[in-house]
Design a binder for this molecule. Structure first.
Ligand code: PEP
Length: 251
């Protein structure tokens, strides 16, 4: 059985105090979700230590939103994978479309970041997804296939155990427009088939593939009912504990 995951990407939202309150709200309700569902929260770097304290002893895992592509040294403003591990992160998100778009993240850079994450014992939530014009031109399969092959194909099956893929169509992120469950299932199945062809049946069947893009309590049930959708990476709706928990109750 693949792991079912609901992960909250807080992006650049909340003060530390607000983040701590949000985390407390999530921890308080974590028993309301079924045992087979794992929760992850990804607050900003500045919040990791304080939010990590709140999560201690709970089943909610801590994630960063990014990590540096270098181990340490003169890289002003960067945060290394070792630092993230040291503060209690189990995961880091990599390749979010906002980082690809606004901070020039390319596949070679993401390969290095992923290596840093693995060297330091972090699991990775690797984001892929096409822009609106790419979907309109029918190129979404090629785009996603390239994002997967360029960054994941040199990993070993053992390393793939530490990768969660998040399919997030850029046109659905923060827009209120969600991919239909049929659109999402179609591309999730394609991603799984891509893994099957390259890595084989076991990796394909065991890799958790999340959907992200305006996922909320009202649409999570339909999305998560699809056979190849194993949960969600949630932006806006992860900023309210009740909504985040309601999404995790969608199975
Ligand atoms: C995201 O950015 O990872 C995301 C899914 O955002 P939203 O849920 O707000 O569309």
């Amino acid at each position: 059985m693949r792991k079912k995951i609901v992960a909250g990407n807080w992006k650049m939202n909340t003060t530390v105090a607000e983040g701590v309150e949000l985390a407390k709200g999530i921890v308080a309700k974590v028993n309301d979700i079924s045992k087979g569902v794992s929760l992850i929260v990804a607050p900003p770097f500045t919040h990791l230590a304080s939010v990590g304290e709140v999560l201690k002893g709970s089943p909610v895992a801590l994630s960063a939103q990014d990590c540096a592509d270098q181990p340490k040294g003169a890289f002003t403003g960067e945060v290394s994978a070792a630092m993230l591990k040291g503060v209690g992160c189990a995961y880091t998100i990599l390749g979010h479309s906002e980082r690809r778009e606004y901070y020039g993240e390319t596949s070679p850079k993401l390969v290095k970041k992923m290596a840093m994450a693995f060297e330091n014992g972090l699991k990775v939530i690797y984001c892929v997804g096409e822009k609106l014009d790419q979907r309109e031109m029918g190129n979404h399969f090629d785009v996603v296939s390239q994002q997967i092959s360029e960054v994941l194909f040199d990993l070993t099956p053992e390393q793939m155990k530490n990768v969660v893929i998040a399919y997030e169509p850029v046109w659905a992120i923060g827009t209120g427009v969600t991919a239909t469950s049929a659109q999402a299932q179609e591309i999730h199945a394609f991603i799984r088939e891509t893994l099957r062809v390259h890595f084989g049946e076991k990796v394909a069947e065991e890799t958790t593939i999340l959907y992200g893009g305006s996922c909320k309590p009202s649409n999570a049930k339909e999305l998560f009912a699809c056979p190849d959708i194993d949960g969600g990476l949630i932006g806006g709706a992860s900023l309210k504990a009740d909504d985040f928990i309601a999404i995790a109750q969608a199975w």
